[in-house]
Design a protein around this ligand. Structure first.
Ligand SMILES: Cc1cc2nc3c(=O)[nH]c(=O)nc-3n(C[C@H](O)[C@H](O)[C@H](O)COP(=O)(O)O)c2cc1C
Length: 400
């Protein structure tokens, strides 16, 4: 297995001094070639949704209750019926092994150490079996995309089941890939093809380069289909992914899985109801981190409507733009059972592998603990709609 530990004492010191997720982003930017950093960081079109995902948390303010005994606190909760140390999980993210050697294993290992779920992407570098073998103790979910080759897709689901993944997360917002212009301008490919503009940049990133050269990344789950190597992500999606998938197809794959199922990529309350109708155990409110259709709402802005539509029939997980403990707290107060993080942990991963992901989770944990204490809520179940209100007068107000 490739080395999943941090690179040097200096890197460890930098990680320890990272106080916020924004600090981890800065460290990631230093270590990664520009094209790779942009692939993680960027979004679709004008990146309006990408920015809104973070900014929309500011539309909500927290309403603390004082003189509450918060001396004994717990952040423990359950997500999809499984115990979790935090109302937090690591979102499925493709190509993690391209940002750090054995990146998926490093991230799953950090998730296991922190006691939170980790969701492996269809487009991972390490295969479902490799991650299961390396981190059997991790609460593992598997994320599924709709592929044209349904027989192969079905076989992939069986592989995940056989490898002990507990939950299946079906992503429904990627009929085609969004227009990610940074990737086009950077000519982002895997493996990276050096050209005049990028050679100097690559030369300045010797640590990242050494990691990639020591174990050239491939799409681990696709090795059995001879599709493990590709050029651009857009081309990979256009060749293999199926834009015809409907709710009937989602229902069929739901029925193939005996454990809990999450439908990821829902923004409309009617779609949340459809997910519930086909038996989803959780709805993940998500716009794919602003990487698909630009100008769609930020997940936090539609969360109250989706919580109302689902009406307790399934869990609601908030995914997108989470950078602070207070973001998680707002989502909980608005009815989410947990939050899912993508870039927040990927920046940690790119900055320092397993330790970096651990640092990202620890930052959010410490911020959440501090915020909950000051809000007058000692346990996750104490956080309620009375603790949040819209910043805009007359827009929602304090919810009972
Ligand atoms: C680099 C990157 C790769 C991603 N790959 C996948 C993927 O393979 N499958 C998927 O369902 N979502 C994928 N996503 C979306 C994430 O699961 C998640 O929805 C998003 O990152 C949440 O927004 P955040 O980054 O602001 O937390 C990816 C996101 C990023 C940043």
């Amino acid at each position: 297995m490739a080395d999943i530990k941090s690179e040097s004492p200096r890197a460890t010191r930098s990680l320890a001094s990272a106080l916020t997720i924004a600090d981890l982003r800065r460290l990631a930017r230093r270590r990664l070639p520009r094209a790779v950093f942009d692939f993680i960081d960027g979004g679709a079109g004008d990146e309006v949704t990408l920015r809104d995902n973070e900014a929309a948390f500011r539309d909500w303010v927290l309403l603390p209750r004082v003189a509450v005994d918060v001396s004994r606190r717990s952040l423990r909760t359950t997500i999809l019926g499984g115990a979790s140390e935090l109302p937090l999980m690591l979102a499925p993210t493709g190509l993690a092994g391209f940002y750090w050697p054995a990146g998926e294993i490093a991230a799953a290992s950090a998730a296991a150490a922190a006691g939170v779920p980790f969701c492996l992407s269809t487009n991972s570098v390490a295969s479902v079996e490799a991650v299961a073998k390396a981190v059997p103790e991790c609460e593992r979910w598997f994320q599924l995309y709709f592929l044209k080759d349904r027989a192969w897709m079905q076989a992939l689901v069986k592989r995940a089941k056989d490898a002990g993944y507990r939950a299946l997360c079906i992503t429904v917002d990627l009929a085609v890939q969004g227009r990610r212009e940074r990737d086009v301008r950077n000519a982002f490919t895997m493996p990276l093809r050096p050209h005049a503009r990028t050679v100097l940049d690559l030369a300045r990133r010797p640590r990242w380069l050494a990691g990639v050269l020591s174990s050239p990344p491939r799409l681990g789950n696709f090795e059995t289909s001879d599709r493990s190597q590709f050029t651009s992500v857009a081309q990979h999606v256009a060749t293999l992914f199926d834009p015809s998938a409907s709710w009937d197809d989602v229902a069929r794959f739901r029925d193939l899985w005996s454990g809990p199922v999450v439908i990821k990529g829902v923004l409309h309350p009617d779609d949340a109801c459809k997910a519930v109708a086909i038996g989803a155990d959780a709805v993940m409110v998500s716009n794919h981190g602003g990487r698909q259709l630009d100008h769609v709402p930020a997940p936090i802005s539609v969360l109250p409507d989706i919580v109302a539509a689902v009406s307790g029939r399934a869990e609601v997980i908030l995914d997108g733009g989470v950078r602070r403990g207070t973001d998680i707290l707002k989502a909980l107060a608005l009815g989410a059972s947990a939050c899912s993080i993508g870039r927040a942990f990927l920046w940690g991963l790119a900055a320092g592998g397993r330790e970096g992901v651990g640092r990202a989770i620890a930052i959010l944990r410490d911020e959440l603990d501090n915020a909950m204490t000051l809000l007058g809520t000692a346990r996750i179940e104490d956080v309620s709609a009375t603790h949040v209100r819209s910043r805009q007068p007359g827009n929602g107000g304090m919810r009972a």
